[in-house]
Design a protein around this ligand. Structure first.
Ligand SMILES: C[S@@+](CC[C@H](N)C(=O)[O-])C[C@H]1O[C@@H](n2cnc3c(N)ncnc32)[C@H](O)[C@@H]1O
Length: 232
Protein backbone atom coordinates (compact mmCIF):
# COMPACT_ATOMS: atom_id res chain seq x y z
CA UNK A 1 0.00 0.00 0.00
CA UNK A 2 1.31 3.45 -0.87
CA UNK A 3 0.16 7.03 -0.52
CA UNK A 4 -0.80 8.65 -3.80
CA UNK A 5 0.45 12.01 -5.02
CA UNK A 6 -2.38 14.47 -4.63
CA UNK A 7 -4.28 11.97 -2.51
CA UNK A 8 -6.61 13.37 0.16
CA UNK A 9 -4.62 12.67 3.29
CA UNK A 10 -6.35 15.49 5.13
CA UNK A 11 -10.08 15.91 5.61
CA UNK A 12 -11.80 19.21 4.86
CA UNK A 13 -14.09 18.78 7.86
CA UNK A 14 -14.48 20.91 10.96
CA UNK A 15 -13.91 19.70 14.52
CA UNK A 16 -17.62 19.07 15.14
CA UNK A 17 -17.99 16.92 12.02
CA UNK A 18 -14.86 14.91 12.86
CA UNK A 19 -16.13 14.27 16.41
CA UNK A 20 -19.47 13.09 15.03
CA UNK A 21 -17.77 10.65 12.64
CA UNK A 22 -15.44 9.35 15.37
CA UNK A 23 -18.48 8.71 17.61
CA UNK A 24 -20.44 6.93 14.87
CA UNK A 25 -17.47 4.69 14.01
CA UNK A 26 -16.14 4.11 17.51
CA UNK A 27 -15.87 0.31 17.22
CA UNK A 28 -12.75 -1.52 16.06
CA UNK A 29 -12.93 -2.41 12.36
CA UNK A 30 -13.17 -6.20 13.04
CA UNK A 31 -16.42 -5.56 14.93
CA UNK A 32 -17.70 -3.60 11.96
CA UNK A 33 -17.08 -6.71 9.79
CA UNK A 34 -19.07 -8.99 12.13
CA UNK A 35 -21.89 -6.45 12.41
CA UNK A 36 -21.77 -5.82 8.67
CA UNK A 37 -22.52 -9.48 7.96
CA UNK A 38 -25.78 -9.25 9.93
CA UNK A 39 -26.69 -5.94 8.29
CA UNK A 40 -26.04 -7.46 4.85
CA UNK A 41 -28.29 -10.43 5.61
CA UNK A 42 -31.15 -8.68 7.42
CA UNK A 43 -31.29 -5.15 6.04
CA UNK A 44 -29.94 -5.43 2.49
CA UNK A 45 -31.21 -9.01 2.31
CA UNK A 46 -28.35 -9.60 -0.07
CA UNK A 47 -25.50 -12.08 -0.21
CA UNK A 48 -21.77 -11.55 -0.34
CA UNK A 49 -21.71 -13.44 -3.63
CA UNK A 50 -24.13 -10.93 -5.27
CA UNK A 51 -21.92 -8.07 -4.13
CA UNK A 52 -18.73 -9.74 -5.36
CA UNK A 53 -20.26 -10.32 -8.78
CA UNK A 54 -21.44 -6.72 -9.10
CA UNK A 55 -18.28 -4.99 -7.93
CA UNK A 56 -15.57 -7.35 -9.25
CA UNK A 57 -17.07 -7.12 -12.72
CA UNK A 58 -16.79 -3.34 -12.90
CA UNK A 59 -13.15 -2.53 -12.26
CA UNK A 60 -11.24 -0.41 -14.77
CA UNK A 61 -7.47 0.01 -15.19
CA UNK A 62 -7.33 2.85 -12.62
CA UNK A 63 -10.03 2.37 -10.02
CA UNK A 64 -11.39 4.60 -7.25
CA UNK A 65 -13.02 2.90 -4.25
CA UNK A 66 -15.16 5.48 -2.43
CA UNK A 67 -15.90 4.90 1.29
CA UNK A 68 -13.77 1.74 1.38
CA UNK A 69 -14.47 1.21 5.10
CA UNK A 70 -12.38 -1.53 6.73
CA UNK A 71 -11.45 -2.85 3.28
CA UNK A 72 -12.71 -6.37 3.97
CA UNK A 73 -15.24 -6.42 1.13
CA UNK A 74 -12.91 -4.65 -1.28
CA UNK A 75 -10.10 -7.17 -0.51
CA UNK A 76 -12.46 -9.97 -1.57
CA UNK A 77 -13.47 -8.03 -4.70
CA UNK A 78 -9.84 -7.45 -5.66
CA UNK A 79 -8.94 -11.09 -5.00
CA UNK A 80 -11.75 -12.24 -7.28
CA UNK A 81 -10.78 -9.76 -10.02
CA UNK A 82 -7.14 -10.89 -9.81
CA UNK A 83 -8.22 -14.51 -10.09
CA UNK A 84 -10.31 -13.65 -13.16
CA UNK A 85 -7.43 -11.66 -14.67
CA UNK A 86 -9.37 -8.36 -14.76
CA UNK A 87 -7.85 -6.53 -11.79
CA UNK A 88 -6.98 -2.81 -11.94
CA UNK A 89 -3.34 -1.77 -12.24
CA UNK A 90 -3.93 0.97 -9.70
CA UNK A 91 -6.52 1.33 -6.94
CA UNK A 92 -7.12 4.46 -4.89
CA UNK A 93 -9.40 4.07 -1.90
CA UNK A 94 -10.57 6.48 0.76
CA UNK A 95 -12.94 6.81 3.69
CA UNK A 96 -13.74 9.68 6.06
CA UNK A 97 -13.74 7.58 9.26
CA UNK A 98 -10.21 7.14 10.61
CA UNK A 99 -11.15 4.00 12.55
CA UNK A 100 -12.51 2.31 9.43
CA UNK A 101 -9.62 3.41 7.25
CA UNK A 102 -7.15 1.99 9.80
CA UNK A 103 -8.59 -1.47 9.08
CA UNK A 104 -8.10 -1.02 5.34
CA UNK A 105 -4.55 0.32 5.79
CA UNK A 106 -3.69 -2.79 7.82
CA UNK A 107 -5.39 -5.12 5.32
CA UNK A 108 -3.62 -3.71 2.23
CA UNK A 109 -0.18 -3.19 3.80
CA UNK A 110 2.28 -4.62 1.27
CA UNK A 111 -0.06 -4.33 -1.71
CA UNK A 112 1.72 -1.87 -4.00
CA UNK A 113 -1.29 -1.44 -6.30
CA UNK A 114 -3.44 0.04 -3.53
CA UNK A 115 -3.20 3.65 -2.33
CA UNK A 116 -5.29 4.67 0.69
CA UNK A 117 -6.11 7.88 2.51
CA UNK A 118 -8.71 9.91 4.30
CA UNK A 119 -11.23 11.71 2.15
CA UNK A 120 -14.77 13.01 1.90
CA UNK A 121 -16.93 11.63 -0.92
CA UNK A 122 -18.64 14.99 -1.38
CA UNK A 123 -15.40 16.96 -1.79
CA UNK A 124 -12.78 14.85 -3.52
CA UNK A 125 -9.33 16.20 -4.14
CA UNK A 126 -8.75 14.33 -7.40
CA UNK A 127 -8.50 16.05 -10.76
CA UNK A 128 -11.33 15.69 -13.28
CA UNK A 129 -11.25 12.49 -15.35
CA UNK A 130 -8.68 10.67 -13.16
CA UNK A 131 -10.19 7.15 -13.06
CA UNK A 132 -11.57 4.46 -15.36
CA UNK A 133 -13.98 3.11 -12.75
CA UNK A 134 -15.52 4.21 -9.47
CA UNK A 135 -17.37 2.08 -6.93
CA UNK A 136 -19.29 2.90 -3.80
CA UNK A 137 -20.31 -0.28 -1.98
CA UNK A 138 -22.89 -0.23 0.80
CA UNK A 139 -22.23 3.44 1.45
CA UNK A 140 -24.17 5.92 -0.72
CA UNK A 141 -27.09 5.83 1.74
CA UNK A 142 -24.61 6.65 4.56
CA UNK A 143 -23.66 9.96 2.95
CA UNK A 144 -26.04 12.84 3.81
CA UNK A 145 -25.41 14.63 0.51
CA UNK A 146 -25.53 11.63 -1.84
CA UNK A 147 -26.24 13.95 -4.80
CA UNK A 148 -22.96 15.81 -4.23
CA UNK A 149 -21.07 12.50 -3.87
CA UNK A 150 -22.51 11.25 -7.17
CA UNK A 151 -21.55 14.50 -8.92
CA UNK A 152 -18.00 14.09 -7.61
CA UNK A 153 -17.83 10.48 -8.80
CA UNK A 154 -18.99 11.58 -12.24
CA UNK A 155 -16.41 14.39 -12.29
CA UNK A 156 -13.41 12.19 -11.45
CA UNK A 157 -14.37 9.47 -13.95
CA UNK A 158 -12.95 9.51 -17.45
CA UNK A 159 -15.55 9.67 -20.25
CA UNK A 160 -16.75 6.12 -20.84
CA UNK A 161 -15.78 5.18 -17.27
CA UNK A 162 -18.09 3.11 -15.08
CA UNK A 163 -19.76 3.59 -11.72
CA UNK A 164 -20.91 0.58 -9.68
CA UNK A 165 -23.06 1.12 -6.60
CA UNK A 166 -25.66 -0.49 -4.41
CA UNK A 167 -28.12 1.57 -2.40
CA UNK A 168 -30.36 0.63 0.51
CA UNK A 169 -34.07 0.88 -0.30
CA UNK A 170 -36.98 1.28 2.10
CA UNK A 171 -37.53 -2.19 3.55
CA UNK A 172 -39.97 -4.43 1.66
CA UNK A 173 -41.52 -7.84 2.28
CA UNK A 174 -43.65 -9.17 5.05
CA UNK A 175 -43.16 -10.08 8.67
CA UNK A 176 -40.56 -10.58 10.12
CA UNK A 177 -38.24 -9.20 7.41
CA UNK A 178 -39.65 -5.71 6.98
CA UNK A 179 -40.03 -4.82 10.70
CA UNK A 180 -36.60 -6.30 11.38
CA UNK A 181 -34.94 -4.25 8.63
CA UNK A 182 -36.84 -1.12 9.76
CA UNK A 183 -35.59 -1.63 13.29
CA UNK A 184 -31.97 -2.09 12.22
CA UNK A 185 -32.24 1.01 10.00
CA UNK A 186 -33.57 3.11 12.92
CA UNK A 187 -30.64 1.89 15.03
CA UNK A 188 -28.18 2.78 12.24
CA UNK A 189 -29.65 6.27 11.87
CA UNK A 190 -29.49 6.88 15.63
CA UNK A 191 -25.85 5.69 15.69
CA UNK A 192 -24.98 7.93 12.75
CA UNK A 193 -23.82 5.18 10.38
CA UNK A 194 -26.90 5.31 8.12
CA UNK A 195 -28.23 8.52 6.65
CA UNK A 196 -31.42 7.03 5.19
CA UNK A 197 -32.82 4.39 2.86
CA UNK A 198 -34.14 5.49 -0.56
CA UNK A 199 -37.09 4.93 -2.87
CA UNK A 200 -35.95 3.36 -6.13
CA UNK A 201 -37.14 6.29 -8.30
CA UNK A 202 -35.43 8.84 -6.09
CA UNK A 203 -31.99 7.23 -6.20
CA UNK A 204 -32.28 6.55 -9.92
CA UNK A 205 -33.10 10.27 -10.36
CA UNK A 206 -29.97 11.27 -8.40
CA UNK A 207 -27.73 9.04 -10.55
CA UNK A 208 -29.20 10.49 -13.75
CA UNK A 209 -29.06 14.07 -12.43
CA UNK A 210 -25.33 13.60 -11.72
CA UNK A 211 -24.82 13.03 -15.45
CA UNK A 212 -24.61 9.23 -15.67
CA UNK A 213 -26.25 6.98 -18.23
CA UNK A 214 -27.62 3.87 -16.54
CA UNK A 215 -26.34 0.71 -18.18
CA UNK A 216 -27.94 -1.83 -15.83
CA UNK A 217 -30.02 -1.48 -12.69
CA UNK A 218 -31.86 -4.10 -10.68
CA UNK A 219 -33.35 -4.66 -7.25
CA UNK A 220 -32.25 -7.55 -5.06
CA UNK A 221 -33.64 -7.83 -1.54
CA UNK A 222 -33.75 -4.29 -0.13
CA UNK A 223 -31.03 -2.92 -2.39
CA UNK A 224 -30.94 -1.10 -5.70
CA UNK A 225 -27.86 -2.09 -7.70
CA UNK A 226 -26.58 0.01 -10.55
CA UNK A 227 -23.88 0.05 -13.19
CA UNK A 228 -23.76 3.45 -14.89
CA UNK A 229 -21.49 5.10 -17.43
CA UNK A 230 -20.14 8.61 -17.78
CA UNK A 231 -21.06 9.51 -21.36
CA UNK A 232 -18.00 9.87 -23.57
C1 LIG B 1 -21.50 0.66 5.58
S1 LIG B 1 -19.85 1.23 5.40
C2 LIG B 1 -19.35 0.45 3.88
C3 LIG B 1 -17.86 0.28 3.78
C4 LIG B 1 -17.37 -0.57 2.60
N1 LIG B 1 -17.60 0.09 1.34
C5 LIG B 1 -17.99 -1.95 2.62
O1 LIG B 1 -18.84 -2.25 1.79
O2 LIG B 1 -17.61 -2.73 3.51
C6 LIG B 1 -20.06 2.90 4.98
C7 LIG B 1 -18.76 3.67 4.94
O3 LIG B 1 -19.02 4.94 4.37
C8 LIG B 1 -18.11 5.85 4.95
N2 LIG B 1 -18.58 7.21 4.67
C9 LIG B 1 -19.80 7.74 4.98
N3 LIG B 1 -19.87 9.01 4.53
C10 LIG B 1 -18.69 9.28 3.90
C11 LIG B 1 -18.16 10.41 3.21
N4 LIG B 1 -18.86 11.54 3.08
N5 LIG B 1 -16.93 10.32 2.68
C12 LIG B 1 -16.19 9.19 2.81
N6 LIG B 1 -16.63 8.09 3.45
C13 LIG B 1 -17.86 8.13 3.98
C14 LIG B 1 -18.12 5.44 6.41
O4 LIG B 1 -17.03 5.93 7.12
C15 LIG B 1 -18.13 3.91 6.29
O5 LIG B 1 -16.83 3.38 6.32
Amino acid sequence: MTTATGHPTELLLDHHQRAKIAKAYDSPSWWYDVRGFFILTFTYRATLWEQLRLFAGCLGREHLEVAIGSGTLFAMILKRARRLGCAPERVVGFDYAERMLAGAVHRFAGDRAVELGLGDATRMRFADASFDSVAVANALHCIPDAAAALREMQRVLRPGGRLAANVLLHPRGGWPWRPLAERINRWGQAKGILDRPYAEDEIRGLVLAAGFRIERAWVSGNAWNVVAVKPG
